[in-house]
Design a protein around this ligand. Structure first.
Ligand code: NI
Length: 228
């Protein structure tokens, strides 16, 4: 499932992040790539321990934990500290699959994170650049993604994906991974669909007695499928 999470950051927050990022010193993106993906990766990346990465990363994590769509879709157990990349004109990242396990190099918790979900948070608008689409292949086909600044796309980390060459302007984004409470993609999808149905029924008739039972089913499935 691809999930578009809108308005993670406000326009003011994006502007503040860009101020910090535009003033920072960036490094070659291949420093953090795996052995195979290093050959496909041509972009710039902010060092993990850069003060701007920490400050913006903390803001993103705080906003995500209060975003109902993100929480319902990801059911996060752990979130990798957000990283940042930029693609200048001519830069791209060819098709690859993200590493299955990531070791945080900052923060108090350096335990490995299993990457169930990948996330890209756009820190520039579609009008700022041409090309630079995030192209994701899943069992339903090929999806091309370019979202407004402040919006996030969530997709299975197991899928093949690429960032096509930027042909004008610059593409700036944050990217990170999520270990979900529910490892299985199909189970996570069912829980999300059930959650959305419950929310819509609640809006239509919050007093309906069957809702209590339905919410119970949701939690009992989550109890059955989650690892904490
Ligand atoms: Ni990737």
């Amino acid at each position: 499932m691809l999930l578009h999470v809108a308005n993670v950051l406000t326009a003011e927050e994006v502007a503040r992040c860009r101020q910090l990022l535009d003033a920072a010193d960036w490094a070659d993106g291949r420093l953090t790539a795996g052995y195979q993906s290093a050959r496909a990766k041509h972009n710039l990346q902010l060092p993990d321990d850069h003060p701007a990465a920490r400050e913006i990363g903390a803001l993103i994590l705080d906003k995500l934990q209060r975003h109902p769509t993100f929480m319902a879709g990801a059911l996060p157990r752990r979130i990798f500290p957000p990283l940042f990349n930029r693609y200048a004109s001519g830069q791209s990242f060819g098709f690859h699959v993200d590493n299955a396990v990531r070791y945080p190099r900052t923060g108090d918790d350096r335990n490995p994170v299993r990457t169930d979900l990948s996330a890209t948070l756009f820190l520039c608008g579609p009008e700022d650049y041409d090309g630079g689409e995030l192209v994701i292949e899943d069992s339903f086909g090929t999806h091309s993604v370019k979202l407004p600044a402040g919006d996030l796309i969530l997709y299975p980390a197991s899928s093949l994906h690429q960032v096509t060459p930027v042909t004008r302007g610059e593409r700036v984004a944050s990217f990170f991974w999520i270990q979900s409470l529910v490892r299985d993609e199909g189970e996570r999808r069912l829980l999300f669909d059930l959650d959305i149905s419950i929310q819509s029924l609640t809006q239509a008739n919050a007093e309906h007695p069957a809702l209590v039972q339905l919410v119970g089913v949701y939690h009992n499935l989550l109890r059955r499928w989650s690892e904490v």
